[in-house]
Design a protein around this ligand. Sequence first.
Ligand SMILES: Cc1ncc(COP(=O)(O)O)c(C=O)c1O
Length: 409
Amino acid sequence: MFDVYKIRKDFPMLNNKTQQGHPLVYLDNAATTFKPYKVIEACNNYYLNENANAHRGDYDLAYKVDFNIDKVRQTVANFINAKKEEIVFTSGTSMSINLIAFGYGMKYLTKDDEILLTEAEHASNVLPWFKVKEHTGCKINYIPLDKDGRLSIDGLKKVINEHTKIVAIAQISNVLAYLVDIKEISKICHEHGALLMVDGAQSVPHIKIDVKDLDCDFLSFSGHKLCGPTGIGVLYGKYNLLKLTDPFMTGGGNNARFDMCGNVAFLQPPEKFEAGTLNIEGIYGLGAAIEYLENIGMENIEKYEKELRNYAISKLKTLQNLIIYNEFAEGSIITINVKDVFAQDEASYLNSKGICVRSGEHCAKILHDFLKTVATVRISFSFYNTKEEIDILYEALKNGGDFLDAYFN
Ligand SMILES: Cc1ncc(COP(=O)(O)O)c(C=O)c1O
């Protein structure tokens, strides 16, 4: 039985008040999430009881660390229905995408090839591909969005062609939050001989993912957006493709041997991609975060967040001064503007009421041309938010809209 009030007791940050003494209403979960005690304890446990390096020591303590890293790799694999050897630890979504862009894109693409993106992508799923273009001379094209900003299958069918080698898209975008039909898209990509790289930063924390069912070739996500620590993330890749991919970083821990002439024998994936000392406490925390989410149940999380979003939309829709950019999106994000109020001013005003939201372009700089606005206010939920918090947001939006209101209300 999903009980949000019981869940909230697991999060120490939710006990905090703002500088002005307001209860903290944290609605910036698309940026990063709060951590439950279990995650904090798992990180602490590494430093308090198991502090040794991984894959190096010949003593019990070091074996324990190796064992636990292996266990977390299996936990991550089970979480998305992958094989353990298909899970690479990275620092986050950005590094995961860069790894494929540099290790696969730069190695195999040529000037005759093409990469497909959308205008809604986060900078981390655009700029690495620009680097591939710069290096190989390949082309970058964009899958057209429909009038609401949704990636449509018809749009993809119109632009994909025999030159398309990589399609890189978010499963849920970080501004408009539409859920993309990855299964259908991977089918189309594969029919055209293209690989599908999925940016799962905003989907993996919110919905059940099964990479086998989706049949995507690569998937990236970040620990800190799913109640885990910062600085740890995951790249999933089909094993045969990981084998074809070059390491993005090299150094200790990713090679079997090397000699003075420059001959190097790299380890097999995933170790091939994990040069240098790993973020060990991050891996411990990531494992605890996934176990925590699974304990609640991804289906319960998805159902509750949907209910929360519907509640918020039904209230916000009654406010005549609001522009809602994504009323019908599936993800736990609502993007708005208050008419005639600059987004940053609105966010500062909400801050004065204890409400944390994000304003600006949200790293999706091309999308704001599509939306015909310079900036938006992004409200993003997690399963620990409540309807009472939405009521606080509603009252604040109803009563004030300008930065200066913060001083006069
Ligand atoms: C859709 C999307 N992709 C990529 C990223 C980058 O994630 P990270 O900063 O954890 O690497 C984000 C972060 O906001 C995101 O929302």
